[in-house]
Design a protein around this ligand. Structure first.
Ligand code: CUA
Length: 309
């Protein structure tokens, strides 16, 4: 079988595919075998040929056989599963550490030198360790081409690792239902030659390029996964035309009041997002960004919003 021979996009492909093929093979053998025997019995012992049922009682030999063989098969399946899984838990000491932050609904990758990226760029043939953190709810980092998946749990630092063995770009998905835009929580892992990787890593100036510094704040904090820039309605109100708009909001007392979107309101909406929720949107979906967006960044963000008319 071809998948048993290929070494694959990551160091785990072979182990996982082998155990999958073994379990699938055993399952198929029994599916076909049991179905075949069933059909044979139905024909062989049909009423016309066997009007009188014959009773069979006790057969030690048969009972031992049907206990021992399944036990061995289960142990074989366990062995392949275990040998495929165990290396995933043994992280090499020299693996490159990358901090992964998941939030509704984006991924964020931070390197040891402070470089931040929305896609995971890694060097070819080198061990990479991912430290997984969640800002809000349960997520799960899944790279199907690498055959790895790990839950990202709030308040817990789960880890995973891999070696990218083939240059290319592979999908990253969220594999834990985490709310309305779970299906859009996508990214890429890009495997490039070592030298190219270190050049990319050293270049911290290109983050944001010459875009508005306020837009960089918006992108870094993944505001745009819930607030569009083009006026379309997502989970939260669009940023387009928001500045100076009169909005109906619901205050903590449940009363509807009208506010004008100004610096004060933006500040409150980011630091205490559930205090005054715009009418028609859900409360409790946004976390406070007090620890994540500084006053200075807030000023830049507010300046940017004013340009989005
Ligand atoms: Cu994050 Cu689903």
């Amino acid at each position: 079988m071809n998948i048993l021979l290929s070494s694959g996009a990551s160091n785990f492909v072979r182990g996982v595919d082998t155990s999958f093929a073994v379990i699938l093979g055993i399952s198929l053998f029994f599916l076909i075998g049991i179905t075949g025997v069933m059909i044979y019995f139905v024909i062989r012992y049909r009423k016309r040929h066997h009007p009188e049922a014959s009773q069979i009682r006790g057969n030690n030999k048969l009972e031992i056989i049907w206990t021992v063989i399944p036990t061995l098969l289960v142990l074989v399946m366990f062995w392949y599963g275990w040998t495929g899984y165990r290396p995933m838990r043994n992280i090499p000491a020299d693996a490159i550490p990358i901090k992964v932050t998941a939030q509704m609904w984006s991924w964020n990758f931070e390197y040891a030198n402070g470089k931040v990226s929305d896609s995971l760029v890694v060097p070819l043939n080198q061990a990479v360790k991912l430290d997984l953190f969640s800002r809000d709810v349960l997520h799960s980092l899944y790279i199907p081409a690498f055959r790895i998946k790990e839950d990202v749990v709030p308040g817990k630092n789960n880890k995973m690792w891999f070696i990218g063995q083939e240059e290319g770009s592979y999908d990253i998905l969220c594999a834990e239902y985490c709310g309305l835009r779970h299906a859009y929580m996508l990214s890429k892992v890009v495997v490039i030659p070592e030298q190219e990787y270190y050049e990319w890593l050293a270049d911290t100036t290109s983050v944001g390029g010459d875009e508005h510094p306020g837009l960089t704040v918006i992108k870094t904090n993944a505001c745009i996964s819930c607030h569009s820039l083009d006026g379309s309605r997502l989970v939260g109100p669009s940023f387009r035309g928001i500045w100076g708009r009169r909005e109906q909001v619901v205050n903590p007392e449940g009363e509807e009041i009208t506010v004008t979107v100004d610096g004060d309101y933006i500040r409150r909406a980011i630091y205490e997002p559930n205090a005054e929720v715009v009418k028609g949107y859900n409360k409790g979906l946004m976390i406070s960004y007090k620890e994540l967006i500084s006053e200075e960044e807030l000023t830049r963000l507010t300046e940017y919003l004013q340009t989005l008319q």
